[in-house]
Design a binder for this molecule. Structure first.
Ligand code: FMN
Length: 194
């Protein structure tokens, strides 16, 4: 039976509706990206764990492998905060740390792991990586949560709402940037990259 990829993507799409901003620091350089792969990874309430999946193409991936620490932020949907949320999303998800310092454009404080915390995020968990799973084009990171804080009350921003508010020219640029990332991922899957 041939794979019905349209059906598969319908089943799998939208399972994780909350975009998260993932930050880390390595050798004094702070960086981060946006991700739609965030999840909880523990059933023990007093011992929380977080998981995120990053593409090897992205600079944050290698930095996280080396640093072993990350902060995962939810963004705010509250009317007075949503512009800040879109600014975070566009700053971290719109270009690579390879091309310049993104974090200095955002308000931050330093977390217990040394990684930067985004002060305009809704909330965050800070984690130390305890396991990684290499899955060709990306790596799944699992971390023990060592700190957490709710910075702003109200609802968390969902990706559907964010897409509806993002400027068309930013979306166009994002889609252009996504092409080499996809090509890189396909090369890993084809065994052309290790
Ligand atoms: C809504 C959204 C979701 C994204 N999800 C992921 C993801 O799950 N994993 C990933 O590696 N990149 C994801 N990206 C892409 C990165 O955020 C983007 O390529 C970023 O510019 C990488 O920056 P870096 O090279 O500084 O790490 C997403 C981007 C957006 C806007």
């Amino acid at each position: 039976m041939t794979l019905d990829a349209t059906a598969a993507n319908k089943v799998l799409g939208g399972l994780r509706p909350f975009p998260v901003a993932v930050t880390t620091i390595e050798g004094g350089f702070a960086n981060g990206l946006m991700s739609l792969s965030a999840g909880a990874a523990s059933i023990v309430p007093e011992l929380p764990r977080a998981t995120v999946s990053l593409t090897k193409y992205n600079k944050t991936h290698e930095m996280l492998l080396n640093s072993g620490v990350f902060v995962m932020h939810l963004l705010s949907a509250a009317p007075e905060q949503v512009d800040k949320s879109l600014e975070i999303l566009m700053t971290l998800g719109g270009s690579s740390g390879r091309d310049g310092d993104k974090l200095s454009k955002l308000r931050t404080k330093t977390g217990v792991t040394g990684a930067p915390i985004l002060l305009d995020a809704h909330s965050y968990v800070e984690a130390r990586v305890i396991a990684t799973l290499d899955v060709e084009e990306n790596t799944i990171f699992v971390g023990d949560v060592v700190a957490a804080e709710i910075l702003h009350e109200g609802e968390r921003l969902r990706i559907g709402e964010a897409w509806g508010k993002l400027p068309a020219d930013w979306i166009e640029q994002y889609e252009t940037n996504h092409i080499p990332q996809l090509e890189s991922a396909r090369s890993y899957r084809a065994g052309e990259k290790v």
